[in-house]
Unconditional design. Structure first.
Length: 138
């Protein structure tokens, strides 16, 4: 009987962890949102380098709510784009102030980002993505 309760508790804990956004440690408007493969956490957002290259998939007006932007990012994920993030321009000075950046990948060099962009365009020929250097310097 104890084993049965233990298994039920384990399954319940897993389900709660998977579907409880409040337990993720990340809230709306933080620098990065990742779902589908990599957990969304504040420590992950803070672990991004100060400067990197990424592939911007879409720029979304900040007039849109964060849940709307996250839903758009989820659309890219569901179509098979890997490592999709939402970057908040309040955290990155190189981004336009009034646009969320939905992007894929974090790369040290422009060449790595270009390789990723090429791979994406091979898989998604109509994708209007581009490479963007990102930094949080003034």
């Amino acid at each position: 009987m104890v084993l049965l309760f233990g298994v039920v508790g384990l399954i319940g804990g897993i389900l709660i962890g998977l579907f409880n956004a409040a337990g993720s440690g990340a809230g709306p408007g933080q620098g990065v949102s990742e779902r589908g493969g990599v957990a969304s956490t504040a420590s992950r957002a803070n672990s991004l380098p100060d400067a990197f290259y990424t592939v911007v998939l879409a720029s979304v007006d900040r007039a849109k709510s964060r849940p709307e932007v996250d839903a758009r990012a989820e659309t890219f994920r569901s179509e098979g784009v890997d490592d999709v993030k939402v970057l908040d321009p309040a955290r990155y000075s190189s981004l336009a102030d009034n646009f969320w950046a939905i992007c894929s990948g974090v790369f040290e060099t422009q060449r790595q980002a270009a390789d990723h962009l090429r791979d994406l365009r091979e898989r998604f020929p109509k994708l209007g993505a581009y490479i963007k250097p990102v930094n949080n310097q003034p």
